[in-house]
Structure formats: C-alpha cells, structure tokens
Design a protein. Sequence first.
Length: 691
Amino acid sequence: MQQSFNSIYTHGFIRAAVCIPSVRVADPQFNAERTLELARRASDLKAAIALFPELGISAYSNDDLFHQDALLDATLEAVSRLIEESRSLTPVLLIGAPLRFEGKLFNCGVVIHRGQVLGIIPKSYLPNYREFYEKRQFSAARAAVGQEVRFLGEKVPFGNELIFNAVNLKGFSLHVEICEDVWTPIPPSTYAALAGATVLANLSASNATIGKAKYRRDLCASQSGKCIAAYLYSAAGPGESTTDLAWDGYALIYENDEMLAQAEQFSDEEQVIAADIDLERLAQDRMRMTSFNDVVTDHRDRVRAIRQIDFEFQVPTGEIALMRDVGRFPYVPTDPAERDERCFEAYNIQIHGLMKRMNSAGLERVVIGVSGGLDSTHALIVAAKTMDRLGLPRSNILAYTLPGFATSDKTLENALGLMEALDVTAEEIDIRPSCMQMFEDLGHPFAQGEEVYDVTFENVQAGQRTSHLFRLANHHNAMVLGTGDLSELALGWCTYGVGDHMSHYNVNASVPKTLIQHLIRWVINSRQFEEDTRDILQSILDTEISPELVPAPEDDRDRPVDEKPIQSTQDKIGPYDLQDFNTYYITRYGFRPSKVAFLSYHAWSDKRRGSWPDLLPVEKHIEYDLPTIRKWLEVFLYRFFKISQFKRSCVPNGPKVGSGGSLSPRGDWRAPSDSEAQVWLDELRRNVPEY
C-alpha cells in the first residue's frame, strides 16, 4: 500500500516513544497494567518504537527479592500478558524484566512486536560499586552459553549482539542495551552501529543524584554522535524510590548529537515523550563519513559476529504529520545565542581568509564593486574589518559604485553612503558609455534606441562592471574582492566569465543569502561599526533584492523612487527563503526532492503547529503552500543539476564558512558540468501533489 505524501513514514522517518510508567516495587501485575496503558498511548501516536525502563515489570529496586520465585513467576506471567496484548499495538515494545535461563538470572530487555518476542537481550555490564550490587542478583550477558533460549514455549534469539531489522522499512535497524552498558568505554551499541543499527535503545533505571542528568545527556549525545545514530534512553520514575535512593524518571531522545525530546525530571505523572527520527539522514551521513566505515573494517570480526534478526513492521497508514522542528532557515540557528555565535564565527572566518590571501599575495589593497545590495555590502564590511586587523588604513579599500541603465536612486544612495561612512576610497564610474560602445560593436538593437532588454543587455552591464574592476586592480596593484554568494552560485544566478562570477578571491562564496542577511543584522546589533554605518546597513537590509539590470517600464519612470517597480530576482528564480532551504537539503544530505518538499511544507506552510516561539523576526508572517513549494523546487532542480554546474566548476577561491558545505569544485561539491536533471524532476513530479 502506497503511503500518503503527508506521512512521516513515506519520507524515511520513524516515530520513537520513550515511556515512563508508574511502578510499584515487587508488583508485576500493576506494573504490566501501567506499561500496557502507555504502550497504547504510544500506539495512538503511531510510534514505531516504545521504550520502557530497565526491569520495569518487576521494578528495579527489589534487591534480594529478585531471588524469590513468587516474584519471578509473577513477572513472567505479566510479560506473557503484554506479549498477547501487543497484537493490536503499532510499536515494537522494549520492556525490562528479570528472567531465568540456564540456571541463571539475567537483567533483560524483551523485544516484542505484534504478539511475538523477537529477541531477549541480557545486560552486558553489571555495576557493582557504590550503591549498586547487581552482581549479587544477576549474571552478565557473557555468562550465557546458548544463543537461543526457550521462552513461553518458543525458541527466541538471546544475547547482547542482536540487531532487529524491519525488512519492509528501509533503515529501521534496532539495537538494545541496558543502563550501565552505555557508561562503559566501548558500549555494545558501538559495535551494533558499526554493523548497521540506526536506532540504539537503552532500558535504564539510573537513580538520581546531583549532576547526573547532565552526565546522562552528555552520554547519549556523544554515543548518538559517534555512532551516527538515534539514541533512546529511559530512566525509572519516582515509583522506584525506596530505602536510600530516589529516581527522577528522566527520558531522552537524541539523533546524531541533536536532542529531539526530553522528559520532565521528577514529574509526579506518567510520561510519554516522542520524536521523529530521520533514518535517511543517518544513512546519508554514514555513507559520506569515510572514517566511520574505516572503523567497520578495523573491527570486521566483531561486527560480523552481530546477529541480524529480520521482522516485518506493520507501517501505520494515513496522514501522520511530522513531530519535529524543521527550521525554516537551515543555515541560520533559531536560538538567538547560537545564532550570534554562528554569525561571529562566519564573519571572522571570512576576515581571516582574506587576511591570509592578502598576505600571501603581498598586496595591501583590494578593489570592490559596491552596488548597495546585500552581498557587496557584506563583502565591504568584511574588507573593512580585515584592514583594521592588518593595521592598514581603510582607504586601501578602493570601492567603486558602477551605476548602469537600471540602477535605482535608493541603492546608489546606500552604496555612496556606506562607502563614506566606512571611510574607504570611494569613486563612481558610470558604465553606460562603455556599455553603449559595446552595444554598437555588437549591433545590438538597444544601440539604435530600441528597448530590447534581453540577456545580452543584462550581461553587457555585468561584464563591464567586472572588467572595470579587474583593470582597476591591475592599475592599483590590488586584488578584486568577489561579492557573489552561495545562493546565486547554486542557482547559476551570476554572469559567467568576466562578470560577477569572477574575482581574485570571494569572501561570500559559501555564505547563503539568508545567512548574509543575519550576518549584517548581527554586525548592526553587535555594534561592529559606528552608528551612521549601522543606519545605512539597516537601510540596505530593508531594500528589495534586485540585479537592477533592466529599467522600469517607460510609464513608471516618472514615478517617485519608492513607487517604481523594480526588477525582482526572486520573481525569476524563487524566494531565497525556499531556495536556500532546497540547497541545504539537496547538497548536504542528498535527499530526494519529494522529501525536501515535505520538509519545506512542514517548515513554511500555515499547517505548522503551534506558535513556534523560535521564529526569527523576518519570518513571522511568511507562508508558502505546497504548490508554491513544488513550483520553486522544480526551478531549483533544473537550474542546479542541468544548467549551472559549469559555472561552479571554475569559481575563484573563497573560505568555507559553514558545516552546510560549499559548492567549490575543490571542496564539498564535485559534479559533472553536463549532467541531466530529469531523475530529480521526475521524482518530484511523481511524488509531490500539484494541488
């Protein structure tokens, strides 16, 4: 059965739940009832996994009561009931129980799905220090003789080296370990991840002490990051608290070092936390991380010893909305403190890259074209700070504004004002005469007074600007500083060769348009420059993005400046909000277009749940529906894969700024110039509804 476009299970996600039930010590019947109730809640959430605490059916803090047959018999009976009740439940249940095999007692995790026990996992490492005395009651996994046990009349896989693979849900491979196992130098889940497990689950009890919650978070974050996996962690709730110890019921869900969900500590209520895990993202990162796969080779024998248990997961049907925060601006953190840190780092990476290039070239001057737009503005303030760091006067920045046939009074005013405020060497060169000469040489209709605004008309202006800048650099023994950004390079929105495509060094090469806006905003707010400079920077931020190459229609030319229609970049190639989103998920993760559209719809549509307090000031009132998202993603795919790579194959040097990558052919993106876009376009058209 084909899944709905609006279901997470269509796009490589699974929903994971971690459950903290109420427990009574040594009361398996009560504990099974509470476990079953939370399992039903997880099932209602359409979860694929429901994780419960260590020894949750008997309770953890039984001490020597674990050697009482009455308790063990009652536990077995309770587990049997849960197995039967699981037939009508969606998730794979991971429950904890003390179980007897081979004349030994093991602290076990039991993996149950749809009335079947898929496997039983004994705890590998038994803590026997400070308040823990588990070796007094239990045997460790290494003490087991057989790889199978007879359990409730069936033969069941037994051991700590089991991976459970959902054969009908790609990437859903589950490993289970128990509490102390993850506190060791080499947890069992490490080898499981090397053998392909993507979801690592830990049934834990873990009593509460001061500072322990942070340490648990660090453990789970680190293990999920090193293993490039999801890590689910449960901890027993306050019902366990007895004698000298207390429990806090803390649960966590991580994905590759990113926290997706956490429970409330010391809650008086039962809790179910849930989050959606991106299995395809994990697969993409593992595929790219060559060092991860080198470790697999180094531990080949141990990895081969992992046993793979296949099962069929009954995938929930219908619409299942994504339970995950997808930031609208993947290059821009939503948390203000993190965003400021990102901007600080990006700004200084650009400055240090330019400092090194100038020192290596033995040059003390730069030439830059300043249009009054975002990109050249940011490159100019990077150059200004670079001169300050090098101890050179800002007058060594030779800044030129080069107005053409469609330059607006507003941008020209901003450009001149910014250059004056920064105290750089500023000049204005009108490129229209040299452009007219070229139009005449080409026999272009514009030279005969016809209003023909074709690509030649646009590129002659772009080419004249860059040609002037290179010759000025020759004349003044300087280097041309590029201003074009990552977003333009992704879409091929730059004039090839002697145009804005070329420079001696481009500080903006790996900075997307959406981040440049926030970099300038950060420069304003962090008071990097004087007040008059900050005022002009704000004016530039408030101006519509435009190449300003085509004049306004004749009927509009006498209207006030702020009322004239301008040539809009985003009308041609789509909103940079969406296209930066597309660039990130296509290039960073290689996601199929339908998944990118699904994520974009979740982030940008009016279906986005709640008030979302993390929205940035510039995005509060912006929405895009699915047809709009599909339309501009189709534009992106055609431009990115079919027509723009040849421009990226020969870009100037420029510093890599973010983990989202760059499009340099010498770095993150190496692709053929003559590929087709059809497979991406077909996938989009086949799987994303138009309406």
